[in-house]
Design a protein around this ligand. Structure first.
Ligand code: ZN
Length: 48
């Protein structure tokens, strides 16, 4: 399972409908709204 970086929900990579590539990595999202938020400000969600 991948973790949606926006809301921290688990997302199944095999069935994920919303994903985006950023700096060579693929991120998965539970919903189009999460993808949109990430696409707008990816760095905000990548501070571990
Ligand atoms: Zn989400």
């Amino acid at each position: 399972m991948a973790i949606d970086p926006v809301c921290k929900m688990e997302v199944d990579e095999m069935t994920a409908q919303f994903k985006t590539e950023y700096e060579g990595k693929t991120y998965y999202f539970c919903a189009p709204g999460c993808k949109k938020s990430f696409d707008r400000e990816p760095d905000k969600y990548l501070t571990e």
